[in-house]
Design a protein. Structure first.
Length: 107
């Protein structure tokens, strides 16, 4: 059901934020912090490249109407949103230091 007021809009958007966080944490378990922290040209440059590639993929799928071979259009937008979160963490100096990362600290 579509939201009909700010309260229901908040509830619906909150579900998306929860899903985004679950995806981000799950992928962080796989990647660790080094892929961002040690990106060629620095973390923000690495994120710019990832964002550019993701937007190019989205544009191609939308403009051509092609069916994705691998990840869905929805997955691409989830990735894009999480790249923005990672960029904010980098800007705010909250991205983990790979040398201090404890990969065994999982829920």
């Amino acid at each position: 059901m579509k939201p009909t007021n700010l309260m229901s809009f908040r509830d619906v958007s909150s579900r998306y934020y929860t899903m985004l966080q679950e995806i981000l944490v799950s992928k962080q378990k796989d990647y660790g912090p080094s892929n961002i922290a040690n990106a060629p040209g620095g973390p923000l440059n690495g994120l710019r490249v990832r964002i550019f590639d993701k937007v190019s993929r989205i544009n191609n799928l939308v403009e051509t109407g092609a069916e994705p071979e691998n990840e869905s259009l929805r997955d691409s937008f989830y990735d894009l949103a999480n790249y923005a979160v990672i960029a904010l963490m980098v800007i705010d100096d909250k991205w983990p230091n790979p040398k201090e990362w404890d990969a065994d600290d999982i829920e």
